[in-house]
Design a protein around this ligand. Structure first.
Ligand SMILES: Nc1ncnc2c1ncn2[C@@H]1O[C@H](COP(=O)(O)OP(=O)(O)OP(=O)(O)O)[C@@H](O)[C@H]1O
Length: 242
C-alpha cells in the first residue's frame, strides 16, 4: 500500500528527510512516533500527496510521487492536528456533506450514520464554532471517513481529548482496523495506541531509527526520546488501554 524508497525532503532551508525507506502492506495500522520536530507531520503530508520528495520515490496504492500527487490526495484522508485548519462547512452537517450531491441518498445516509457514530448527530444544524476541541477533531475524522479513503492519515488523534473522547477515538481506530483500512497515526503519548498499531516507525531528526512490531521497537523507544507504555515498563507487555 505504501512504499517509500530513499526519500529526501527539504523545506525552504530545513532539511527534514535524508533517505527514508519503508514499506507498509494494505490493511495495517502504522504508528509514527518520535520527538518534536522529528518529521512525523511532514511524513504524513508527503503520504497525503501535499508535498513532493526532493529525491527518492514514494508510492501509495500504486500511485507514485513525484508525479501523481493529485491521485494520492484523492485516495488519502489526512486529518491534521488543528481542526480549525480543516473544517470548511458552516455547520456540522454542511462540513460532513461537503462535495456530496444532496440527491445522493446513499451518501447522505452515510454522512448521517457517521455523525451518529461520532455523537455529532444532535449538532448537525449547529455552527461549527460551537463545537469543542474534541468534537471538532471528531468532525474532521468523520468527514475524512465519509470520503472513503484508502489510506487514513491521522496527526496526533488523541491530543486534547478527554477520557471518554480517548475511548471513542480508540473504538474508531479499532473499527477502521477491523475494516482493513490502512492507517498511519502519529502520536507522542503512545499508551492508547500500544495495542492497536501493527507496526511502529520511530523517527529521530528525520531518520528512521527503529521499525517493527511492538516487541521489536518498544525496548528501543526510550533511547529515541519516546516514553514506552506503562505496562511495558512494568514488565507486563502490551495491555489494552482502558
Ligand atoms: N512549513 C514548514 N516550513 C519550514 N520548516 C518546517 C515546516 N514544517 C515543519 N518544518 C520543520 O521540519 C522539521 C520536522 O517538522 P515536523 O512538524 O514534521 O515534525 P513533528 O515530528 O511532526 O513535530 P511535532 O511532534 O512537534 O508535531 C522541523 O525541523 C520543523 O521545524
Amino acid at each position: 500500500m505504501i512504499h517509500l524508497a530513499d526519500i529526501h525532503f527539504t523545506y525552504d532551508r530545513t532539511k527534514v528527510f535524508q533517505g527514508i525507506s519503508l514499506r507498509l502492506e494494505r490493511g495495517l495500522t502504522l504508528a509514527l512516533v518520535g520527538a518534536n520536530g522529528s518529521g512525523k507531520s511532514t511524513l504524513l503530508s508527503l503520504l497525503a500527496g501535499l508535498y513532493v520528495p526532493d529525491t527518492g520515490c514514494l508510492s501509495v496504492a500504486g500511485y507514485a510521487s513525484p508525479g501523481q500527487e493529485k491521485a494520492i490526495r484523492l485516495l488519502s484522508g489526512l486529518v491534521v492536528q488543528d481542526a480549525d485548519l480543516q473544517i470548511l462547512g458552516a455547520t456540522v452537517g454542511e462540513d460532513l456533506c461537503l462535495g456530496l450531491d444532496p440527491e445522493d441518498a446513499v451518501g447522505m445516509a452515510e454522512a448521517r450514520r457517521l455523525a451518529a457514530s461520532f455523537y455529532l448527530e444532535e449538532l448537525w444544524e449547529e455552527p461549527v464554532q460551537v463545537l469543542s476541541w474534541g468534537q471538532k477533531r471528531k468532525l474532521c475524522i468523520a468527514a475524512a471517513l465519509r470520503r472513503k479513503p484508502k489510506l487514513l492519515l491521522l496527526d496526533e488523534p488523541f491530543s486534547g481529548l478527554d477520557y471518554p473522547g480517548m475511548r471513542e477515538m480508540r473504538s474508531v481506530l479499532l473499527a477502521n482496523k477491523a475494516a482493513k483500512l490502512t492507517q498511519v497515526i502519529s502520536a507522542h503519548d503512545i499508551e492508547p495506541l500500544a495495542d492497536i498499531a501493527d507496526l511502529w516507525a520511530v523517527l529521530e531528526k528525520g531518520r528512521l531509527v527503529a521499525w517493527g512490531t511492538a516487541a521489536e521497537v518498544f525496548p528501543l523507544l526510550a533511547g529515541h526520546h519516546v516514553r514506552p507504555p506503562c505496562s511495558w515498563q512494568a514488565g507486563l507487555g502490551v495491555r489494552p488501554w482502558e
